[in-house]
Design a binder for this molecule. Structure first.
Ligand code: SF4
Length: 102
């Protein structure tokens, strides 16, 4: 309900995310926000979503995978927007290696 306003998602990526949450299947969901922020934050050097998923899974315990994806998605929508990242409002500004190129 929070993410899709009660509507069935239109893309395969979003459907997989919804099903994973519904059935409590652990996993990092790599959508466009997670991919972009993982690269910005230096969590991966890969462009391939499957490789990004594996890179992030190595960094976190399994019970944090889904929540971490949700946090990155929220952060990408609310603060670190693709066209204009809001560095001034960013809680990870001091840790981010991409502040000079965004
Ligand atoms: S510091 Fe800027 S580029 Fe880095 S995550 Fe925050 S908003 Fe994005």
């Amino acid at each position: 309900m929070d993410y899709y306003a009660g509507k069935v998602p239109a893309t395969m990526e979003e459907l997989i995310k919804l099903l994973g949450a519904a059935f409590d299947i652990p996993g990092v969901v790599v959508d466009t926000h997670v991919k972009r922020l993982s690269l910005k934050l230096g969590l991966t050097e890969n462009q391939n979503p499957d490789k990004i998923e594996k890179d992030i899974e190595k960094l976190l315990p399994e019970d944090r995978w889904r929540r971490f994806s949700d946090i990155l998605i929220y952060h990408g929508r609310a603060v670190c927007k693709a066209r204009k990242p809001d560095h001034a409002r960013c809680p990870v500004f001091k840790l981010c290696p991409s502040t000079d190129i965004s």
